[in-house]
Design a protein around this ligand. Structure first.
Ligand code: 5RP
Length: 216
C-alpha cells in the first residue's frame, strides 16, 4: 500500500498555494506529503504540525513549524485517515495524534484527506475507534463507552500521546450515526477527544492510485 500512499501524498501538493501556511497531519501517508512539501519549501511560509513526529520530519526538510496560536485560520490542512466513509467522515488516531489533528482540522478552511484504497469503507467502525483519555479516567471512560456503544474498549498499553494522555481503542463498532457518537463520547468526563471526524469531515479525499482519484 505504500505506493498508493505515496501517490496520494504527492497529489495533495496540487492544493498548496504560494505563501500558504499548511496544516500537516501525522502518519505514513502524510510522510510522503511532507517529503513532497520539502521540494517546494521556498514557496510556502511554513507549517502547523499535529505531532512531534511530523514536526521532526518538517524540520528535516527545512520547513518552519509555526504555532497555531500565532497563525490564525489556516487555508489548508492535509492529513491521512484510518477509515473514510462515502460522506468523507473519518476515523483517525491510529498514530495517537487525534487531538492535535482535530484542532488543526477545525482551524482550517479546507481539509484534504489522503488515503490508500484500503481505507475506504461503507460504514465506519471496522478499524478500532481511538479515544484520547486523561490517565486517571481510563477505567471510568472505558466503562461508560462500553455501556453507551456496546463496543469493547482496549487500552493501547505503553502509548502516551504528545499531550501526556492514554488511548483507548474501541473494537466491534458499526457506526451508523457518527455525528451522534462523536458528540456522545465527547461528553464523557475524562475524554480529551474521540477519533471520529464526522461533525467536521474532510472536504476532499484523495485516494492514491494510478491515477489518484480526487473525491470532492
Ligand atoms: C494519526 C492518524 C493517521 O492519519 C492515520 O493513522 C493513518 O495513518 P497512515 O497514513 O500511516 O495509514 O490519524 O493519528
Amino acid at each position: 500500500m505504500s505506493e498508493a500512499k505515496r501517490l496520494a501524498g504527492e497529489k495533495a501538493i496540487e492544493f498548496v498555494e504560494d505563501g500558504m501556511i499548511v496544516g500537516v497531519g501525522t502518519g505514513s501517508t502524510v510522510a510522503y506529503f511532507i517529503d513532497a512539501l520539502g521540494g517546494i519549501r521556498d514557496r510556502i511560509k511554513g507549517a502547523v504540525s499535529s505531532s512531534e513526529q511530523s514536526t521532526a520530519r518538517l524540520k528535516q526538510h527545512g520547513i518552519e513549524v509555526l504555532d497555531l496560536n500565532h497563525t490564525g485560520t489556516l487555508s489548508l490542512y492535509v492529513d491521512g485517515a484510518d477509515e473514510c466513509d462515502p460522506h468523507k467522515r473519518l476515523i483517525k488516531g491510529g498514530g495517537a495524534a487525534l487531538t492535535r489533528e482535530k484542532i488543526i482540522a477545525e482551524a482550517s478552511k479546507q481539509f484534504v484527506c489522503i488515503v490508500d484504497p484500503s481505507k475506504q469503507v461503507p460504514v465506519l467502525g471496522r478499524f478500532p475507534l481511538p479515544v484520547e483519555v486523561i490517565p486517571m479516567a481510563r477505567s471510568l471512560v472505558a466503562r461508560a463507552i462500553l455501556a453507551m456503544t456496546g463496543g469493547q474498549p482496549v487500552w493501547r498499553d505503553g502509548v502516551t500521546t504528545d499531550n501526556g494522555n492514554v488511548v483507548l481503542d474501541i473494537h466491534n463498532l458499526s457506526i451508523t450515526d457518527p455525528v451522534a457518537m462523536e458528540r456522545e463520547i465527547n461528553q464523557i468526563p475524562g475524554v480529551v477527544s474521540v477519533g471520529l471526524f464526522a461533525r467536521r469531515p474532510a472536504d476532499i479525499v484523495i485516494v492514491g492510485g494510478e491515477p489518484p482519484i480526487v473525491l470532492r
